[in-house]
Design a protein around this ligand. Sequence first.
Ligand code: MRU
Length: 357
Amino acid sequence: MDEIRQVTHIDNVRLSDDGSSVVIIDQTKLPGLMEYITLETPEQVYDAIYQLKIRGAPAIGICAGYSIYVLAKKIRAADYDGFYAEFHRLKEYLNASRPTAVNLSWALNRMEGVVTANREKPVPEILALLEKECKAIHQEDIQMCRAISEYGLSLLKDGDGVLTHCNAGPLATSQYGTGQGPFLLGREKGMNFHVFADETRPLLQGARLTSFELQKAGVDVTLICDNMASIVMKNGWVQACMVGCDRVAANGDAANKIGTSGVAILAKYYGIPFYVLGPTSTIDMNCATGADIKIELRDPEEIKTKWYEKPMAPDEVKCYNPSFDVTDHELITAIITEKGICRAPYTESLKALFADK
Ligand code: MRU
């Protein structure tokens, strides 16, 4: 039990004790080194998100909430208008650090909403409300991850083989995670799954983070290269696929780490259910379809040199390095949120999630 708790309760992002900075694990150093770093300036926060020191859609949102609060405390302005102008400038700056995961803008908009809804209050009171809000974003994510993990677990049987892509575990979220939450919760309940973790080229979140987390928690995990997914499916070793998501459109098209859509296509071919797990904060009803989701393009050096002692491609070769792809809703068996399991037609089941708002 302790080994599972150590993983699910990892301190991946938090406010410093005096509230003057945000403390994160630098995930680019894992699995070799568990190093905590402190973010105090807008540039440090931007760089941490852009460089994937903090990553995973929900964790990016939590970090953004804490960060804008920390930065808001440092604003020196004579009145509300001056305070809000600078707050908005900082918010727009942080929002530009990564475009695909909707949780970033979701959390920043939520924080900005606190400022604009309380314009008649003195700035110290607004700051107190911002502190409450960023802590609430984090607490809610803990509850959501737990509920998602419970719903996800209900779709698995003890002994199942499950394939996952990228990292949607505790490091990417809070506590249990989303796409990998059912494996950790199941383990805690005495169940045993055989998890196949795609290494997830080019930044190797599966190899560096998912296999690290699951192995540490005592889950039976086998690391495979991305191009081995087909053979393990064909061998009959995979009964379900579970992945996280960065932005889900209103029709159920889901953006997640590059390579996810290929896994979904293979799963369809082999008749294996393909599940997308994520909180409702990752559903963007303003995107009608996946075509509206902006896909982040990243530095070609991530493919050619980043994790290697020497270059693995000719210096000047052209590279295309999209960070995410969109899985067509027709390939998705179900989308699992903290409010329940949504099935096709997603235009209706996803809409129903927001009906009470
Ligand atoms: O580029 P990353 O590492 O931030 O991408 C992460 C993913 O694609 C995750 O699957 C997604 O954010 C969900 S995390 C619960």
